[in-house]
Design a protein around this ligand. Sequence first.
Ligand code: ATP
Ligand code: MG
Length: 400
Amino acid sequence: MQYDHILIRYGEMALKGKNIKTFIIRLQENIQQKIKEFPNAKVKRSQGRMFILLNGHEPDPVMEKLQNVFGIHSLSLAIKVDNNLEKIKEAALYALTKNEEVNTFKVSVKRIAKDFPVRSQELNQILGGHLLKNTEGIQVDVHKPDLEIKVEIRLEATYITSSVAPGLGGLPVGTSGKSLLLLSGGIDSPVAGYLAMKRGVQLEAIHFHSPPFTSERAKQKVLDLTKQLTKYGKAIKVHVVPFTNLQQEIFREMPEDYAMTIMRRMMFRISERVCENESILSLATGENLGQVASQTMDSMHTINEVTNYPIIRPLVTMDKQEVIQIAEEIGTYETSILPYEDCCTIFVPKSPKTKPKREKVSYYESTHDFTASIEEAINGIETIKVTDQEKVEEYFTDLF
Ligand code: ATP
Ligand code: MG
């Protein structure tokens, strides 16, 4: 007797019709992908649930992987037995005695297979009696038991579970299309990426890099952050844009207090071009209302003028402390606070406009032709595929 299955519950309540099918198929694929290093483990679907058949693998490392998969509501280790009273008794006793330091318990039977000859209520009593008779010093407590042994009699078999671990919730990555995440090396954008993924979004990332003002290590930091995000989904393509020339041109040709705003507009313009090439329909950023000069309402309004793509800003209403807490939970904080220079911080003007106006920016931009530098930046994009495996695959694309 052993815990040889993991039972997966998904909150499908909010989904209807065709969506539910897409959701389930994608969830199963994502789970399969995440546990592929356990070659004998199999994922099975059954009436509103999924099960992992462990086939000899240790449950804990598999559970750990599953706790990073979006779309899973909760998980339990389970013992699977035939729909046979003696087998069920034996498994319930195993579940109870396997847990040390249990003084009280309760049995909850759910009989989905209506042809099973004993009714739920009666089976509760039979199993309770069996457990009391075969243990010492353990009592029943129906209100606040140390351990609740759940017995689910399903059509194909009976599953016995005794603990529930929370899943991440959300929607399976890939069920909501793709978004291009503007990823800096800071605290915010990785968290924004994580939260977009939580809504089922598959990410690609774009990073604006300004060598030699920003170092190789700063770029590596962004790849490391991306790798951390792949823990919660699939491989992520990172488009690294050589931004130095364009950025210098902006700071040389444009009024200093508007340079920051114009730089952001360029980032969106270039991002949109990548989206067109990759068939991506939205952008995502770590922008937050009122944190810094570039994130006032006026500033967002002015920067946003250059694109009509939807922009997902999951952090827009959050306090910094809330963002930091998520960053710590998802494991990006440590990397984000490493002190490598960012392309935005090295060119920071002394007093950026906190209320930049669209008309003024458009006017300034019309006084200089940036086309050549924009095209040069786009043509120089290096695309790197980051996976959750050890190795970072690097390749150059001729995207444009
Ligand atoms: P973060 O912590 O994500 O760096 P921030 O609080 O520093 O954000 P800003 O510097 O104003 O805020 O940047 C706002 C958003 O613009 C970032 O969250 C990110 O989405 C995007 N961004 C900024 N710099 C870059 C960059 N070098 N490459 C790609 N995206 C960037
Ligand atoms: Mg930043």
